[in-house]
Design a protein around this ligand. Structure first.
Ligand code: ZN
Ligand code: ZN
Length: 225
């Protein structure tokens, strides 16, 4: 059984705080076999990670921002344009032969597709039923409940934006240790997931930082009169 974290951000994401080297090192220390590098709208970090020798197998991926929320696309090294309708994004990703996961579908304050477009759940291969960045856990529970009803495999990811949280969300995959076999096993539902909560203060701190950055960006664009 392979231990995987299928949702990790590096400093190639605008809000990512750790280098790829630090993330791979931490993944090894955390006892992971596999991590998916899924930066926001970029594959540069994932491509770089593939060139770094490591005991941890890297699945290249991307977390695409669609008009309805985020979509995790695994097994790609090409960028998919952001801010398209999620159905259009799914069509493009499918053409690339990617594995599609709906991350944090019901999380409030996050970019959960299922809260805006119900059909989002049915169009993907798997649902992230454990995301380690939560407050009470009801959104994760709801994702697991709906995924089960729809017969979708449930996976887990840390959604770590700092190396120290890599491995906080885990997917156990019954597969050989190579990317196509792992993606196929997830599609076939040979998975289970679990994890622990990322301490709330770390991502509230990060949310404040992000909001501040956005405000600065807007005020730079609109000069004060
Ligand atoms: Zn996200
Ligand atoms: Zn994410």
């Amino acid at each position: 059984m392979l231990i995987c974290d299928l949702h990790v951000h590096t400093n190639y994401s605008k809000d990512g705080e750790s280098s790829i080297e630090d993330i791979l090192k931490r993944a090894e220390e955390a006892g992971l076999d596999v991590i998916a590098i899924t930066d926001h709208d970029s594959v540069d970090g994932a491509k770089k990670a593939l060139t770094i020798p490591s005991a941890v197998l890297v699945i290249p991926g991307i977390e695409v921002s669609t008009r309805q929320g985020h979509l995790l696309v695994l097994g790609v090294t090409e960028v998919i344009p952001s801010m398209l309708d999620v159905v259009e994004t799914i069509t493009i990703a499918r053409r690339m032969g990617a594995l599609l996961i709906l991350p944090h579908p019901y999380h409030v304050w996050r970019h959960g597709v299922a809260r805006r477009k119900k059909s989002g759940m049915t169009a993907v291969d798997a649902v992230e039923a454990f995301n380690s960045r939560y407050i009470v856990g009801s959104a994760n529970k709801k994702a697991a409940r709906i995924a089960k009803r729809l017969g979708k495999p449930c996976v887990g990811g840390s959604d770590a934006h700092h190396a120290k949280f890599v491995g906080f969300g885990r997917t156990f995959v019954d597969a050989d240790r190579n990317v196509p076999a792992i993606l196929d096993a997830i599609r076939a539902g040979k998975v289970s997931c679990s994890g622990r909560k990322t301490p709330l203060r770390t991502y509230t701190r990060q949310s404040i930082k992000n909001t501040w950055r956005k405000i600065k960006r807007i005020t730079r664009r609109v000069p004060l009169r």
